[in-house]
Each structure stands twice: as C-alpha cells, then as structure tokens.
Design a protein around this ligand. Structure first.
Ligand code: NAD
Ligand code: UDP
Ligand code: UDP
Length: 311
C-alpha cells in the first residue's frame, strides 16, 4: 500500500514509519519540521519506498495514497502554546485538507486525537463515551478544542462523504526520540536527571498521568487502521502514576542524589488521567506490554547517547 504519514518526522510518526517500511509499504512522510526533525527519519532517506515532502498541512496538497495516518500537530504544551492560533489552524484547516484528500482518493484516514478531549475529567478512568470537561478559552484550548473539532470533522466526512475514518484518542506517550527541549514531563525529568540539575515537578506532584511506551502505541495505531471499527478508541497504558512517583522513578534509575524542585502548576492542568481500554482490548485485541520501569530505561539510554554527543 501507499501510506501517507503526516507529522512523520515527529516522535510517534517516525516510530510508525519504522514499522511500515519493513512491512513493504510505500511511505510518504509529510512534515513542516515544526517539532519534527530529519534526524528521526534519516535512516530512510534514499530508500526506494520512502519519500519526504516538506509541506505545511494548512495548505492543500494533492497526492495519491491508500491510507493516511494524520499525526501532524505539535503535541507538547510548550510547543502548541507557542503559537496557539497556528495550532488551531493545523487542527482545523490541516485536518480539513487531509480529509478532503482522503475523500478525493478514497483513502482510509486515521486521526491521532488525544486524551485531552476529556479535559480535566470528572469521570475516572476515562471511557470513550465520556464527553469531557474542557475549558474553551484557556491556554490549552487551542489543542484540546482543536482536536475536538478535528474529531467532529472526521465524523462528518464519514457521515456525509463516506470517508473511512479511524479515531484514536492517544494518552501520554513517551520513548526514544522525544526532543530534549520537548517540555513534556518524561523528557524534562530524564534530561534534568542526566544533566545533574533539579527535577522540576509542577504543583505538589499529586496530579496523575498514565504513560504508554511508544512501541505499544504504534502497534495500537496500526491495529486500529486495519480493523473495521471507526472508534473513537482510547490508546494508552492504564497504569497510573502521580508525577511525584514518576520523578522518583527517574531519580532511582538515573541519579538517586537528584534534587526535586517544586514549581507552580500551569493553568488548567488536568488533575488525573487514566484510559479505560476495554474497547481497545475488545476491538483490537490490544493492550500495552511495556511497563514504565522498562520503557523508562530504554528512554534514558536514548537520551544518554544524545546528551553525551551534545557535550
Ligand atoms: P511531535 O511534535 O513529535 O510530532 C508532530 C509532528 O507534526 C512534527 O514532526 C511536526 O513538525 C509536524 N507538524 C506540526 N504542525 C504541522 C503542520 N502544520 N504541517 C505539517 N507538519 C506539522 O508529536 P508526537 O508526540 O509525535 O505526536 C504526534 C500526534 O499524536 C499529534 O497529533 C499529537 O497531538 C498526538 N498525540 C500525542 C501524544 C503524546 O503523548 N505523544 C498524546 C496524545 C496525542
Ligand atoms: N484538498 C486537498 N487535497 C486534495 C483534495 C482536497 O488538500 O486532494 C483540500 C481542499 O483544498 C479543501 C479541503 O481539502 O480545502 C476540503 O476538500 P473538500 O473537497 O472536502 O471540500 P471543498 O474543496 O469543496 O471545500
Ligand atoms: N510536569 C511536571 N514537570 C515538568 C513537566 C510537566 O511536573 O517538567 C507535569 C505537568 O504539569 C502535568 C504532567 O506533568 O501535570 C504531564 O505534563 P505533560 O506536559 O507531559 O503532558 P500533559 O499535561 O499534556 O498530559
């Protein structure tokens, strides 16, 4: 098959491409390199089944493909809040363009949505039929509401134009290739521990998240794309940790003397988050296999190599 991966030079997209090409697919990676890098896809440059297009999805593009994994969108709060209007454009105009493309060429379209559609959830763990508690005018809204309208567009193209859609609601995912300055909690803590500077915990660290290792997530995305269920479907690891527990796990793994420094909690920071993955188990026969300790170890090794080569 010929498969388009938007945001393919990013963290999750590049790991997905690493799975698709060895399966014999032709892959077109489309990216504007806002948070993605050529380093992530460097090994495929020159491969006969790989093509890289520098393009911003807020502009239309005509391509011929069989499947579209639509991942293009900055995912870290630091990056998506840097230019929030652009984040909205990427989610709204960008998703519209990719759905228009899917409609024209009759490609199957998978949207990388997010657990952020649940906002600061009042239901715990979160099931797909929970409609969320999102602030429409806060600092996170460009991303949260952007992804909510992206889901709406996907379902309207499905109902109105019979586009074959798949909607994944991805929960916090981590692993090798996250940017050192990504700003998300796992990369921040690991980089800080390796550099011997204090680990920043926002608030009291009692807020929770559930962390999924990237290879598990990519497996879930591929199963969803190739199954007969539109979704939305939660993809994430149901093991829930407080942020303080995560910081302590990183301390234990990298540097037991590392100090923990408490900093103010950002506004609208969700207090807890954990996926109910009953649907993914039922429809995709999928559940995560890599526990946090093991995934953190692999992540630390990757950052250690990069930080060493920086100095
Ligand atoms: P990432 O920032 O590493 O990757 C996003 C990629 O999209 C980057 O390569 C970036 O350059 C590209 N991009 C951004 N705007 C673009 C535009 N207008 N045109 C073309 N390319 C553009 O992030 P990631 O963690 O790999 O996330 C991938 C997708 O998964 C995103 O849609 C994100 O919202 C979703 N997601 C990720 C997580 C997570 O924890 N990593 C959780 C929920 C949802
Ligand atoms: N589009 C695109 N590539 C295509 C087909 C469509 O980028 O191959 C864009 C198109 O320019 C439009 C959007 O997708 O902005 C929605 O297209 P659709 O055909 O659904 O709507 P219309 O063009 O009628 O607005
Ligand atoms: N966080 C933290 N220290 C950091 C970065 C983030 O304590 O250096 C917290 C943040 O306030 C949030 C959680 O960790 O409660 C997860 O943040 P991240 O930005 O990784 O993802 P999201 O909030 O989008 O789930």
């Amino acid at each position: 098959m010929r498969i388009l991966v938007t945001g393919g030079a990013g963290f999750i997209g590049s790991h997905l491409i690493d799975r698709l090409i060895p399966q014999g697919h032709e892959v077109i990676c489309l990216d504007n390199f806002y948070t993605g890098t050529k380093r992530n896809i460097f090994k495929w440059m020159g491969h006969p089944n790989f093509e890289l297009i520098r393009h911003d999805i807020t502009e239309p593009i005509r391509l011929e493909v069989d499947q579209i994994y639509h991942l293009a969108c900055p995912a870290s709060p630091v990056h998506y809040q840097y230019n929030p209007v652009k984040t909205v454009k990427t989610n709204v105009m960008g998703t519209l363009n990719m759905l228009g493309l899917a409609k024209r060429v009759k490609a199957r379209f998978l949207l990388a949505s997010t657990s952020e559609v649940y906002g600061d959830p009042e239901v715990h763990p979160q099931t797909e039929d929970y409609r969320g508690n999102v602030n429409p005018i806060g600092l996170r809204s460009c991303y949260d509401e952007g992804k909510r309208i992206a889901e709406t567009l996907a379902f309207d193209y499905y109902r109105q134009n019979k586009v074959e859609i798949r909607v994944a609601r991805i929960f916090n995912t981590y692993g090798p290739r996250m940017l050192e300055n990504d700003g998300r909690v796992v990369s921040n803590l690991v980089v800080q521990a390796l550099r011997g500077i204090p680990l920043t915990v926002y608030g009291e660290g009692t807020q929770t998240r559930s962390f999924c290792y990237v290879s598990d997530l990519v497996e879930g995305l591929m199963r969803l794309m190739n199954c007969e269920f539109t979704g939305p479907i939660n993809l994430g690891n149901p093991d829930e940790y407080t942020i303080l527990e995560l910081a302590q796990a990183v301390q234990k793994l990298v540097n037991t003397d590392a100090e923990i420094k408490f900093e103010p909690l950002p506004s609208d920071d969700p207090r807890r988050r954990r996926p109910d993955i009953t649907r993914a188990k039922t429809w995709l026969n999928w559940e995560p296999t890599i526990p946090l300790q093991e995934g953190l170890k692999l992540t630390v090794e990757d950052f250690r190599d990069r930080i060493k080569s920086d100095t």
